[in-house]
Design a protein around this ligand. Structure first.
Ligand code: NAD
Length: 492
């Protein structure tokens, strides 16, 4: 079995505990690698090494253009390793190879984009209402960034943090999910090959409490960028707050996907499928509340059921598979529990609802794609994130009611709106309290535009120029051209 150590200071490092844990293929159920079980000592060491690297001339004296060049080299190495990285990630989290391959190619694009941005974020000369004074602003990196990521899209969600953090001149310590550490360690290896100085990119593996918490609490950690559930995010935020650290939190969602009766139904069906059955529902941006207008409700549910019942479910390493396994046993159990809860609450189970087993499902933890109708927005099945292939269908009368239902929730990550009527579309866009609104599409993302949540879906943004600013701080510089100061006892 393969063994993965921590990657700290440009070297592979044994866990100080001497302990390891297994990582398992969700489809076959086989453990395929051993991962270093980190602890507080490992976490402290990584932050200290990253801090030294931040101050070292090898990194701090590089120009932004030189940092960009290193990042382009890394992007090239990722492109050369797309297949290998994709297979590792697919093996580790059971995501469809068809989706993973595209995601890894996209990871390279994120590095190219931020490589280009590295030397394009300038300050400004600020007009000051005083004579003989010149003032300008400049952006500076924060220091050590701790990136904590989940299991559903490990490489992508790490890159969303790593690319802007490095472009801005920070150093980074990554704590990947305990379920999916391998691809992140491979990424760190490529960063080393690309020529990033030792200690600029570090990975410490292990569990949230053992490694994540000490990383967040370390006094030399300047910023924490976290993607995960809202409960974990809240804990991380509280720990970071006690050290007055900056945070970016990308948390969960329960996003409304709203279909009006004038929508292009075939396209809206594709959007509903992408929204909740894409990535087997294991995506933060899942359109898990499907809001259907009265006039099309029954027809839409029938058609959606027909698509779902013919979906190819099974081995995620085959390109034709459409729905794969649930990544972890705990998540599998949680989904089935929540389906039971939906039934008990009185939601009407249209299809699915059970675990799947049999030769075509290997030893994997599968859940049938599940549709509930008759859901009221105050039910738990409508309010809580399932993170699986389970959709709650909610009826609505008009745009006003759709928006009210869409917003009546603690989350605000994303929303979809399907209509041919521009007025309706803008009515919803302007009123829905979510960080992303897709009109006549769903689950689109790009490195060029910000992504993040309103309300309990998060703090800060990833992607675009805005994300770069999350990893920089502003310095205001005053230069006087006249050394004769006025009264020194009076604020000038
Ligand atoms: P999780 O919150 O359980 O874990 C995320 C990461 O946090 C893991 O690396 C974990 O080890 C670590 N962690 C847990 N407790 C910690 C603590 N006290 N201190 C520091 N680190 C800690 O989430 P998960 O189950 O891995 O992922 C699923 C969740 O992630 C879902 O809620 C999903 O919506 C969310 N998610 C959000 C986005 C987004 O961009 N908004 C993207 C993907 C996933």
């Amino acid at each position: 079995m393969q063994r993965y150590q921590h990657f700290i200071g440009g070297e592979w490092v044994e866990p100080s505990s001497g302990e390891w844990f297994e990582t398992t293929e969700p489809f076959s159920g086989h453990a395929w690698a051993e991962i270093a079980k980190g602890n507080e000592r490992d976490a402290n060491r990584a932050v200290e090494v990253a801090h030294e690297a931040f101050l070292s001339p090898e990194w701090s004296s590089l120009t932004a253009t030189q940092r960009g060049a290193l990042m382009r080299k890394l992007a090239g190495l990722i492109e050369a390793n797309v297949e290998r990285l994709g297979m590792i990630e697919q093996r580790d989290n059971g995501k469809l190879i068809a989706e993973v391959a595209g995601q890894v190619r996209n990871v390279a694009q994120w590095f190219y984009y931020y490589a280009g941005l590295a030397d394009k974020i300038g300050g400004e000369v600020v007009p000051i209402n005083k004579a003989d004074v010149f003032n300008y602003t400049k952006y500076e990196p924060l220091g050590v960034v701790v990136a904590i990521t989940p299991w559903n899209s490990p490489l992508a969600l790490t890159t969303w943090k790593m690319a802007p953090a490095l472009a801005a001149g920070n150093t980074i310590v990554i704590k990947p999910s305990e379920y999916t550490s391998a691809s992140i360690l491979e990424l760190a290896k490529l960063a080393h090959e690309a020529g990033f100085p030792k200690g600029v990119v570090n990975v410490v593996t292990g569990f949230g409490q053992d490694v994540g918490e000490p990383l967040v609490r370390h006094p030399l950690t300047a910023k924490v960028a976290f993607t995960g559930g809202d409960i974990g995010g809240q804990k991380v935020n509280e720990a970071a707050a006690s050290g007055l650290k900056k945070v970016t939190l990308e948390l969960g969602g329960k996003s409304p996907n709203i279909v009006f009766d004038d929508a292009d139904i075939e396209q809206a069906l594709k959007g509903a499928v992408a929204g909740i059955f894409g990535a087997s529902g294991q995506t933060c941006m899942a359109g898990s509340r499907l809001l259907l207008q009265d006039g099309i409700h029954d027809e839409f549910v029938e058609k959606l059921k027909a698509i779902v019942e013919t979906a190819k479910i099974g081995d995620p390493s085959l390109y034709e598979t459409q729905i794969g396994p649930i990544a972890t046993r705990a998540q599998h159990e949680k989904i089935l529990r929540m389906i039971e809860m939906g039934k008990q609450e009185g939601a009407n189970l249209v299809c699915g609802g059970k675990a799947l087993s049999g030769p075509e499902f290997g030893q994997g933890q599968f859940v049938e794609p599940t549709i509930f109708t008759g859901v009221r927005n105050d039910m738990k099945i409508a309010q809580q994130e399932v993170f699986g292939p389970v959709v709650s269908v909610i009826r609505f009368r008009d745009a006003e009611e759709a928006v009210k239902i869409a917003n009546d929730i603690d989350f605000g990550l994303a929303a979809g709106v399907w209509t041919r009527d521009l007025h309706r579309a803008f009515y919803c866009v302007d009123r829905i309290r979510a960080g992303t609104v897709w009109v006549n599409n769903y689950r689109s993302t790009s490195f060029t535009t910000p992504f993040g949540g309103y309300k309990r879906s998060g703090i800060g943004r990833e992607g675009g120029v805005e994300a770069m600013k999350e990893y920089l701080q502003t310095k205001s510089v005053w230069i006087t051209t006249d050394p004769n100061r006025a009264n020194p006892f009076v604020l000038g």
